[in-house]
Design a protein around this ligand. Sequence first.
Ligand code: GCW
Length: 846
Amino acid sequence: MGQRKIDFYHRFAGVALEITLCAFAWSAAAQTADQAWLRSSPDGTSALQLRVRALGNGLLEQSAVRELQRGIGGAAKTSRLGQGRSAGAEIVVGTVEEVRMAFPSRPVPADLAPEGYGLSSTGSDAHLRIVVAGADERGTLYGAFALLRSLASEEDVAHLNLRDHPAMPVRWVDEWDNADGSIERGYAGRSIFFEGGKVRENLAPVAEYARLLASVGVNGCNVNNVNNAAPFLTPAMLRDLARVAGAMRPWGVRLALSVDIASPQKIGGLPTFDPLDPAVKAWWKAKADEIYALIPDFAGFTVKADSEGQPGPASFGRTPADAANLLAAALQSHGGVVLYRAFVYNHHLDWRDLKADRARAAYDIFHPLDGKFAPNVIVQTKEGPIDFQAREPVSPLFGGLTQTSQAMEIQVTQEYTGQQRHLVYLAPMWKQVLDFDLRSNGKSTPVKEVLAGAAFRQPLGGMVAVAGVGRDAWLGSPLALANLYAFGRLAWNPELDPAEIAAEWTRQTIGTNPEVVRTVVRMLMQSWPAYENYTGPLGMQTLTDITGSHYGPNIESSENNGWGQWHRADREGVGMDRSVATGTGYAGQYPPEVAKRYETAASTPDELLLFFHHVPYTYRLHSGKTVIQHIYDSHYQGADEAAKLVDEWASLKGRIDTRLYEQMRARLEYQAGHAIVWRDAIAEYFLKLSGIPDEQGRAGHHPGRLEAEDARLTGYKIIDATPWEDASGGKAVSCVLASENAPQRSCTAEWTYNGQAGRFNIAVRYFDLQPGAASFIFKVNGTTAANWTAAAALPSSRPHGDNSTRRTVRGIDLKPGDVLRVEGVPGQADPAALDYIEITPVGTGQ
Ligand code: GCW
């Protein structure tokens, strides 16, 4: 896209504008796109006196016009100068044919690709005319949003001449919403689509969501969970779903549905769901006809089959291609597509078998089927071979299907990457995957070209993000929305730079002040490396609770079970041998050049070493460090980086919206504390297992830390943490509720300070359990220094790394003999469990 940047004051229609978005409140009322990046002013275009009109009557063109009026109005409202100076100027929106008919003398792009647009302007001041020409109606809408983006990015829109089109045809979000209103792996409240087994009455948030999606070029939305999808195909539900499709239609976002391959049996009353059975075929055909009668622009089906307990064609000895083609045949005459997920694996693997490997599954199952899928089938593969970990290699299947259209599935909802409580901007990770060169046939084959259909000349392809939006401000955390934005932008154009995308998002969402933009972009760009550092580096995967929440640390949860997310840490070393020579052979699934790189430890990049090889802790990385020292260093570094995010955000105080500032400040402080929980769990686990000390003496040594189990306790009982690494020293104290009749009213832990006199920050680490809200009072010599309620919604109902929380009380003067005391008051089932306090001189850390 041709982008001309000029200085901070920019010219729009001869009017200098300074766009300061800080003025817009972060309103918590109705759920609107204003809570994300589409800030707009309700009082329309009048101030700028700029006419916006459509050349045609189509629904999407009308949306484009409304959106421009809304957006330009916003800009006009905040412009410093020139109110009314552009009377007579206009923006005209239409398809290429309409533009050609309306302005025969004006050159219009003749060869725009589907969904593409051209933007051009002629004249100036009162004669300025900007034309948004779309290849089709969707193109007009995308062109309108592009114009608004240019304006928000302060580009010179008075001399426009640019064109653009999406790189890949399928740009969908998947929502894992259940009919009861819950959302699988959703971290932002309940469903905007469903409640109580039905589609919600109020679909206004759905329309707003579609508007957000359209603004970044997303053209499909699959609204239901891939698990337990059968009830969504009942006639009553489909009639209701037509309302959802209707709410999204003005924004060019087509409805798609996850389907259960066993539906003919589960809801259709047939005795079988064998994909080759004629009655089953007829059932799907009739079902597709029923859907299209209600929803003529229905986009298609997504399928999870033979995976994690979902039924599939394997029950009848049939293949994924048999199942996919069955559905494809039903949709074909209507123009629908099937996104068949390659997330098919056996979760009962034998962990004692050193050749067993979940990472192999997708390639092993799908590669032999290449060329057997119908043309309207797209195989949808997660970006890595396991499951959205903090780092994985690129799935080898992208290079393994050369006669099949492919889509890549990524997660906006941060299942394994901090669940939106941690700031983790994922665009840099996605970009690495998109740029990864598979070297198929020894030639340049970046993943992005596979997804565009270009690498292997396939008709379809794309990117799909599991979004997980909910009623709590879309993604819960305001900054997490940068991920949704970036997904759309990268699916549209995978050449875009994640830092540029972050800047674009920040200017539209937070403010245009260059220092604000620089700071937010820096924070976003630092966040994924920081998270990877304090969770699971060197390709060990996210060392989280694999069988539970997928949130806090639980290092052994991945081992000794059939789920296959193994890292195989033992006393001598760590990592999974996936080489061809001595391991599972997974490395050999890549085209030869890449396979060779991953085959030996020496040629594997450090960041993926432990994904591919089992090495001793003393193995030296390319960086020169031993593996064990890297584990220590990266965890301390990651926690420091998380602390730095707090400081960076603090520098924005007074320069951005106050409510946004406070919301994010609290979240970032929580993250910095939880990063220490992670750091300590992993550093100490590997210290104990390897017996090799940290060269820098940090792991296992916490000079300022006073353990709760060593305190003078009243009421509090000492408990063992499970897993042990989730509490300092493996122990904590709990104000256990004695019985219903005689509950503990409160408990205390007390220490006498005997260090040097000075001013300190004192961190209190406690466990904020579900359900209930305990409260804590921290006293120094009997005087309350801080009190708070532990009412956060964190996973798990027992003291655990999921809910271990640090609160820092700052600037406390202490001298030897002072008495420090924590009083914990249980609230319902939350027993005010406590781990330690940590005293740090002011200015030397947290
Ligand atoms: O990572 C796993 C998730 C499941 C999810 C599954 C999948 C929808 O933990 O919650 O199920 O992936 O992608 O199908």
